[in-house]
Structures are given as structure tokens and as C-alpha cells.
Design a protein around this ligand. Structure first.
Ligand SMILES: *Cc1c(COP(=O)(O)O)cnc(C)c1O
Length: 360
């Protein structure tokens, strides 16, 4: 049997080994019920307990205030790009946008089908190598809301702290939710496709201020109606039961490790080791600007695209997978989400050092 590869994939990505083991142990016979979670009714008492546990784990890990709903939806973060403007941007209203890469580009395209975009700031002119600096006067104070992407998975940039918006703040946190403590009350809505840091693909976590849902969404398709999802505990239809189960196990793992503050300390230490090495090397170079570097996705390159390709090949032979940069920017990318251990990062550093000495 192959030893498990060391997984630096950007998403779907590494899950904690103990989560996979627990899912395996319960796969055929979940806690003596005689059924697999895969086979249970989504309305059964057993599954409702699994769903409630997942919600409680999220509430506890992120200290979600009681006046927020926690929803488990489908359609990925991409569905949220449509669902948020359809719900909260009336025709001809404006949305403030801080444009930091391909995920905000996709959000912009969906907002434009519904309303207008006010570009607060953009880092497009520097190939999205940073989180732009902004001043309060750059926002449209009459906009319906402000959209940001907290961590730019492809370009390797991340907000160290969040901007103060004069209107409700919405954040795509697909690739850094649960990586650090969050001031939830500063946001009206947070969404995250689970498959980066919160579990497997197939479920999208939404944390939304209840008072924002106190409006009429009946003109929308049922499955795009946040208020209905909230009212029915995200059970409007057959929910992605196994994904919710694994999300619950993953968030419970975060809690068992000491919570998101522990995750933050570990994540910062892992990222620092990589960035310190990249900074000290005259062979590799980091891609993002120093103040904007992501703790989750470390993007870098060797002296040439050809050597980047050799790096991808040789690292895979060394059992390190998922290090190819996104096709939009090339180079290399190490995604070091919560489940990627300090030992995994050490294995990468050892490989990088030997690659540097072989090819310098
Ligand atoms: C992966 C990702 C998405 C897309 O998520 P899907 O679940 O595939 O729709 C959106 N935003 C960010 C920041 C991502 O990392």
C-alpha cells in the first residue's frame, strides 16, 4: 500500500487524518444504528443529531452570536455569488466591491446581472499581488452592501484585518474560514465552500445576520431563499448529508485541537517558515507583496517556468502533491490549510532545499 501522499492541494484539500479514520470506522455502521450515514434519511433522528452537532460545532468554533443563522447550502461558493445579489441588491442598486482576483471577478459578473458594481479598489493592475489599501471615502455610502474575498486562493493574498464598511459587509471566506478567530458581528453574511478548510466538497457554510433575512424573498426560486433555508434548518430538500457529517467532524477536530486561536498560531508558524525561507533564498521568490501574503496559500516561483514544471514533477515523485500554481498565474503554490501539519511543511521545506541545491 502507498503511504498517504502529503497533500498541498488548493481544494478539495487535505482533511485531518483522524476525521477520515472516524468516517471510515462509521462508514458501514454509524454508531451501532446498522446504517451508514450515506444511507440514512436526511429527516431521521440520527441525521438531525449529526446536523445539529455540525451547527453547534460551527457556532462554538467561531463564537457565532445568537442573532446569526448558520446554514448548510449547496451550489458551492459560486452559487453564493448569485444568491447574495439576488437577495440583497435591488435592481439598479450598487454593490461596493474590493476586487482582489478571480473569485471577486466571478462575483462581479453575477452582481452585474442584478445591479451595479462600485469599484472601491482593485489590485488588478499589479496582477492581484496585494490587498489594496483603502480609505473610507472610497466606498459608496448608499450601496446595498460591500463584497470582499478574505483570502485569495489563486493569488495567495489575504486580509490581515478587515475593512470598515459603511454598509453591510459580505465576505467570501471559502479558503480561510476556521483558520483564525473572526469578528462575526462585523459581517452581515459570510459564505464558504467547505472543501478548502471546513470539510469536503458538496456543502457551503453560510453565516448570516438574522435581521438581514427579515424581508420578502418570495419572488426568488425556493432554493435561493435564505429565509426559507433558515426557517427549515437548511432542510428544504435532501441535504448533502455525508458532506455535512464530515464538516461536523472537521469542525469538531478544530475544537479538539484548541479552537481557531490554536489554528491561527499554528497556521502563522507554518506560513512563516515557508516565507522566511523564500525570503532568504535567491532561487525562489514569493509572488504576493509582503503585507498581503496569505497564511493559507503560499505562492512562489523558481527562476524560470521550465524549472517550475520540473519542481512540480519532482515534488510529485517525492510524494508531495498539489504544488502546481493555478494556471492563471503559473509558478507554484503550497496550500497549507488547517489540516496540513508542521511536519508536512517541514517535508516541503526539505524538498525545496534539495531542489534548490540541485538546480541552482
Ligand atoms: C474555491 C473558491 C471558490 C469557489 O468555490 P466553489 O465551492 O467551487 O463554488 C470561491 N471563492 C474562493 C475564495 C475559493 O477559494
Amino acid at each position: 500500500m502507498n503511504t498517504h501522499a502529503i497533500n498541498f492541494n488548493a481544494g478539495p484539500s487535505k482533511l485531518p487524518p483522524s476525521v477520515l479514520k472516524s468516517a471510515q470506522d462509521n462508514l458501514i455502521n454509524y454508531q451501532g444504528t446498522g446504517l451508514s450515514v450515506l444511507e440514512m434519511s436526511h429527516r431521521s433522528r440520527e441525521f438531525m443529531a449529526i446536523r445539529d452537532h455540525a451547527e453547534q460545532a460551527v457556532r462554538s468554533a467561531l463564537s457565532v452570536p445568537d442573532d446569526y443563522d448558520v446554514l448548510f447550502l449547496q451550489g458551492g461558493a459560486t452559487m453564493q455569488f448569485s444568491m447574495v445579489p439576488l437577495s440583497f441588491c435591488k435592481p439598479n442598486q450598487t454593490v461596493n466591491m474590493i476586487h482582489t482576483g478571480s473569485w471577486t471577478k466571478k462575483a462581479i459578473a453575477e452582481i452585474k446581472k442584478q445591479g451595479r458594481v462600485h469599484m472601491v479598489a482593485s489590485s488588478e493592475s499589479t496582477q492581484f499581488d496585494r490587498i489594496p489599501d483603502i480609505t473610507p471615502d472610497q466606498f459608496d455610502p448608499d450601496a446595498a452592501y460591500t463584497h470582499i474575498c478574505s483570502n485569495n486562493t489563486i493569488y495567495g493574498t489575504q486580509y490581515a484585518s478587515f475593512p470598515e464598511s459603511p454598509v453591510p459587509l459580505v465576505a467570501d471566506m471559502s479558503s480561510d474560514i476556521l483558520s483564525r478567530p473572526l469578528p462575526i458581528s462585523d459581517f452581515n453574511l459570510i459564505f464558504a465552500g467547505a472543501q478548502k478548510n471546513a470539510g469536503p466538497a458538496g456543502v457551503t457554510l453560510v453565516i448570516v445576520k438574522k435581521s438581514w433575512l427579515d424581508q420578502d424573498f418570495d419572488h426568488l426560486p425556493l432554493m435561493l431563499n435564505y429565509a426559507k433555508h433558515a426557517k427549515e434548518s437548511s432542510m428544504l430538500n435532501t441535504s448533502p448529508t455525508f458532506s455535512i457529517y464530515l464538516l461536523g467532524l472537521t469542525v469538531q477536530w478544530v475544537l479538539d485541537q484548541g479552537g481557531v486561536a490554536t489554528m491561527q498560531t499554528r497556521n502563522q508558524a507554518k506560513a512563516k517558515r515557508l516565507y522566511d525561507y523564500l525570503n532568504s533564498s535567491d532561487f525562489y521568490s514569493p509572488i504576493a507583496q509582503p503585507d498581503s501574503r496569505s497564511v493559507m496559500n503560499v505562492c512562489f516561483k523558481t527562476p524560470t517556468p521550465d524549472l517550475d514544471a520540473v519542481f512540480v514533477r519532482e515534488s510529485a515523485q517525492a510524494n508531495l502533491v498539489g504544488l502546481k500554481g493555478h494556471r492563471l498565474i503559473g509558478g507554484l503554490r503550497a496550500s497549507i490549510y488547517n489540516a496540513v501539519s508542521a511536519d508536512d511543511v517541514d517535508a516541503l521545506l526539505t524538498f525545496m532545499q534539495s531542489f534548490e541545491s540541485n538546480h541552482h
